[in-house]
Design a protein around this ligand. Structure first.
Ligand code: NAP
Length: 477
């Protein structure tokens, strides 16, 4: 893998330093480079050098180049789907779904060309006015996670670049291949040198150097709350604007009058897509006591249908790495020690080729306390703790009782209940009688430790624009 700096693919100094293992087979997939401080600095310098020209290019011209990226991705999409299946372990329908999402976001952001206007504001006298222009920040540092390794890259690159910023992209060390492929499409599309720069390397090795860099003006990071908090501390040195999209612990609420088939189908999607490794995954289940037994039996029956193995045939992929397996086992052991009942629901035996892959069968946990870690910490695996509820206020209180605040789900036919929960839930998203994921035109944002700012919609692209005021007096003769 090469870096992309100042419009050139360059040979990294420390090639093949980091090993990447296939989540599907557990075998070594490839090795990739770790950037030195000098290489990271060249990427930042190149982005800063490119900024004055790129920021004065008309947004129509910027969007014509982005449209070329759209076409290049669409015409070669199966290559990206293959990378997503091999380095992330996505099953084929999820890999295709992610590429659909990449194209949808690009298409959506293209629509903002010549529409990111400022305001013309009344002054303090009748011969005074204020022009409030929306201007790009400068160098954007984009740090992306492994769970949607292509969609998260585009969700940052498209608005940052369309609004006139230049970018240094450092993807997750679990999935740098998808980002590398996308950067090549930007290069083929003919973006001017320095508008986009790409390096790889572990966040703990090179991350602080990039985050603290005085030439970086905006940091957009999707990842864990722990790393987000670390970045927030470090970024105080350069006062970079922060867009932080962090962890989730979505409550999935099912009231006694719910359409159970719709609720189960959505729960299966919300729990098992991406093997539970999604920021909007159902992470805790609250079901009305009148239907608790029936609903959980339906969930067990549907969960037993989950199949593992080849991304071309299975209905659920593996976890991302061996550490994710041990973390999941640890949280389950702790729940069991605290008196919870653990039901392993998968019955799938893996073909020999996949036995060293990082697969994890579905698990249901009952009897855990709301205050326990299984109800409070992000699990990020096909494991679900469940609890019965019998009162609306109690359900809402339990749902809101989380340090995270991204997605939430509610199933009910009672419009009054739906509206009351919608108004009182302290989460960035409520999916009422429907599945996610979030739309490009929705503002994806979280409360509490899920982070700051957001992505998608006009609000998301405006995050990449500073407001600059010009005061004018036209009273002179
Ligand atoms: P992560 O470990 O926090 O890493 C995210 C990114 O930050 C990676 O590129 C990582 O690089 C980098 N990084 C790590 N330490 C750094 C440092 N000191 N300075 C600068 N960058 C650093 O998260 P992840 O495991 O990839 O992703 C899973 C998490 O993302 C989950 O918590 C999930 O909920 C969250 N997520 C949130 C959303 C949302 O929209 N809210 C969407 C998707 C995922 P390395 O990989 O090299 O360490």
């Amino acid at each position: 893998m090469e870096f992309y700096i100042d419009g050139q693919f360059v040979k990294p100094e420390n090639q093949n330093e980091i090993a990447k293992f296939s989540p599907v087979t557990g075998q070594l997939l490839y090795r990739f480079p770790s950037a030195t401080k000098a290489e990271a600095q060249s990427a930042v310098d190149s982005a800063l050098d490119a900024f004055p020209v790129w920021s004065s290019v008309n947004s129509k011209e910027r969007s014509i180049l982005l449209l070329k990226v759209f076409n290049l991705i669409e015409n070669n999409r199966s290559e990206l789907e293959d990378i997503l299946m091999s380095e992330n372990g996505k099953i084929i329908s999820e890999a295709k779904g992610e590429v659909d999402g990449v194209l949808d976001q690009l298409w959506y952001y293209l629509g903002f060309e010549r529409k990111l206007n400022g305001d013309y504001v009344e002054g303090d006298t009748n011969t005074r006015r204020i022009i409030q222009a929306r201007v790009p920040y400068g160098v954007v540092l984009a740090l992306t996670p492994w769970n949607f390794p292509a969609a998260m890259v585009i969700r940052k690159l498209a608005p940052a670049i369309l609004s006139g910023n230049t970018v240094v992209l450092k993807p997750s060390s679990d999935t740098p291949g998808s980002a590398n492929w996308i950067v090549r499409k930007f290069s083929e599309a003919g973006f001017p040198k320095g508008v986009i720069n790409f390096i790889t390397g572990s966040g703990s090795t090179i991350g602080d150097y990039l985050v603290e860099n005085r030439k970086v003006s905006l940091i957009t990071m999707t990842g864990s709350t722990e790393v987000g908090q670390h970045i927030m501390n470090k970024a105080s040195s350069n006062m970079a604007k922060l867009i932080l999209e962090l962890g989730g612990k979505a409550p999935f609420m099912v009231w006694k009058d719910a359409d159970l088939k719709n609720a189960i189908d959505t729960l299966i999607w919300a729990k098992y897509s991406n093997a539970g490794q999604s920021c909007i995954a159902a992470e805790r289940l609250y079901v009305h006591e009148d239907i608790y037994g029936k609903f959980l039996q339906m969930f067990r029956d549907a969960s037993k249908q989950i199949t593992l193995g080849s991304p071309l045939k299975a209905s659920m992929g593996p976890l991302i790495n061996s550490k994710a397996i041990s973390n999941t086992s640890k949280i389950l052991t702790q729940a069991e020690e605290n008196g919870s009942t653990i039901s392993k629901m998968g019955s799938d035996t893996l073909d020999r080729e996949f036995q060293k892959g990082f697969f994890y069968n579905p698990v249901l946990v009952e009897g855990a306390e709301q205050s326990s870690s299984i109800f409070q910490e992000e699990i990020f695996a096909p494991v679900l703790p469940a609890m019965s509820v019998n009162d609306e206020d109690e359900m809402l209180k339990l749902a809101n009782d989380s340090k995270y605040g991204l997605a939430s789900y509610l199933f009910t036919k009672d419009i009054g209940l739906g509206m009351r929960i919608s108004e009182k839930i302290r989460f960035g998203e409520l999916y009422l009688n429907m599945p996610g994921p979030e739309s490009s035109q929705g503002y994806h944002t979280g409360f509490r430790l899920t982070g700051q700012a957001g992505e998608g919609s006009v609000h998301g692209i405006e995050e990449y624009l500073h407001i600059k005021n010009t005061y004018i007096d036209f009273s002179m003769d």
